[in-house]
Design a protein around this ligand. Structure first.
Ligand SMILES: C[S@@+](CC[C@H](N)C(=O)[O-])C[C@H]1O[C@@H](n2cnc3c(N)ncnc32)[C@H](O)[C@@H]1O
Length: 118
């Protein structure tokens, strides 16, 4: 599943680079507050955590022995999978339950991990 999600993410990188290069070049971007056009453009973009950053979150959860995680910005769930796998390892080792709560602003994105497993 991660391979598929990262593949979809990679397929969007050129469009992302082009969009933000164009907007920055035109001087119409406010990085502190993205406008409606930028939000619309990003509405179907995964913008997934890079593998090394996702792995860092995974390791951090293990180090903290986290069994309850709230994720702000789930997108299609790349980071959620990493968090859930770490929470599962910690929970199984401790003999208890664990939970990862994902929060996503864009309804179409939120629908993707709700359909798991594909
Ligand atoms: C960088 S992406 C997250 C990538 C995701 N964590 C992953 O690794 O696949 C940021 C996400 O946060 C969502 N977002 C932005 N503001 C939000 C908010 N206030 N509440 C929930 N989600 C939000 C965006 O729609 C976007 O999908």
């Amino acid at each position: 599943m991660l391979d598929r999600l990262y593949s979809a993410d990679s397929g969007q990188q050129a469009d992302l680079t082009q969009y933000f290069t164009d907007r920055a070049g035109a001087g119409t971007l406010n990085w502190r507050q993205l406008d409606h056009d930028a939000h619309q453009f990003l509405a179907d973009k995964l913008v997934a955590l890079d593998p090394d950053k996702a792995l860092f979150c995974h390791r951090l959860c293990l180090a903290l022995r986290a069994t309850r995680v709230v994720e702000a910005g789930t997108s299609h769930g790349v980071s959620t999978l990493h968090l859930a796998q770490a929470v599962r390892l910690v929970s199984e080792a401790g003999g208890g339950d664990g939970v990862v709560i994902g929060i996503e602003y864009e309804p179409d994105k939120a629908a993707v991990p709700r359909r798991w497993p594909p």
